[in-house]
Design a protein around this ligand. Structure first.
Ligand code: NAP
Length: 272
């Protein structure tokens, strides 16, 4: 059994997850980091140790497969690693119509963004509750607050994360375990290219945050519970769509997502 609880960060090799891991390392936290690329994780681990983490364990896993989360959990158990903070960050999106996007890619998105996130929480929360202490940070998105035609599956997965996190957060009140939901808006990370979104349109809106700023807000919010939306513009957009007619919100998100997908990036690789 570990002397001290570890923070587990999924998707720690790039983007927001990497920036969160850097900040947790700077606070002197022992870390378990995961993503698919073992080589990228090893390089990150060396940096995290330099930043002040007393122990960094690298456990590569493909969380978009049906057995990925279970395999990761088995690895944690076999190493005797106790998780005190779970950062469910790994996720991806894809732009395009529901009937045109590859089926395999869509199912992988649901598996990664929803199923693996739930599996990790389901298996790690009982230990936290038994110890009377622990934190979960689930990464959703501003896309989780409304349907998003042309990015329908992605938005639906993030709506699930918002609803799921708020629900369990409430159930866990008084247990010493907190659940925080991070809802970033557009953020400059490799996510944008993988989703085949137009960077041109994103930068024209002027509302693209740096991953470091998003991670600052995220790490500050760990332990507080509730929803955190980094950036004033993102906060404003969430509030304004809440009081707008649903049909108007659908029309706007539809137009925005169609325009975002018109970049040359949209012809990038697809799975099945
Ligand atoms: N960037 C944005 O505009 C934005 C906005 C709102 C919400 N978000 C959310 O923020 C979270 C982090 O995204 P990001 O922007 O930081 O993206 P990113 O830079 O592409 O990072 C994604 C991370 O997840 C890992 N990952 C991807 N597929 C995986 C798989 N099948 N199994 C395990 N790990 C996997 C990646 O590493 P490997 O490729 O090596 O596996 C990487 O470490 C996601 O949940 C995303 O939905 C992003």
């Amino acid at each position: 059994m570990a002397d001290r609880s570890y923070s587990l960060v999924t998707g720690a090799s790039t983007g927001i997850g990497l920036e969160i891991a850097r900040r947790l390392a700077g606070r002197g936290e022992p870390l378990v980091i995961t993503a698919r690329s073992a080589a990228a994780l090893e390089a990150v681990a060396a940096e995290l140790r330099r930043l002040g983490s007393p122990a960094v364990v690298v456990l590569p896993a493909d969380l978009a497969t049906a057995s990925g989360a279970a395999a990761l959990l088995d690895q944690l158990a076999s190493h005797g690693l106790e998780i005190g903070t779970l950062v469910n960050n790994a996720g991806f999106g894809a732009i395009g119509s529901f009937v045109d996007l590859g089926e395999a890619e869509q199912f992988e998105m649901v598996q990664l963004n929803v199923m693996s996130l739930v599996q990790l929480a389901r298996r790690l929360l009982p230990g936290m509750v038994a110890r009377g202490h622990g934190h979960v940070l689930n990464v959703a998105s501003v896309a989780g607050f409304q349907p998003g035609p042309w990015m329908t599956i992605y938005c639906a997965t993030k709506a699930f994360v918002v609803s799921f996190s708020e629900g369990i957060g409430r159930e866990l009140r008084g247990t010493g375990v907190t659940v925080t939901t991070l809802c970033p808006g557009p953020t400059a990370t490799p996510f944008v290219a993988r989703a085949r979104m137009s960077t041109t349109l994103l930068s024209r809106t002027g509302n693209v945050m740096e991953a470091g700023a998003v991670a600052d807000a995220a790490v500050r919010a760990i332990g507080r519970g509730g929803i955190v939306v980094p950036g004033f513009v993102n906060k404003f957009l969430i509030q304004s769509q809440r009081v707008s007619p649903r049909a108007l919100v659908l029309w706007l998100t539809s137009r925005l997502n169609r325009a975002r997908g018109l970049s040359p990036v949209a012809s990038g690789p697809r799975s099945a």
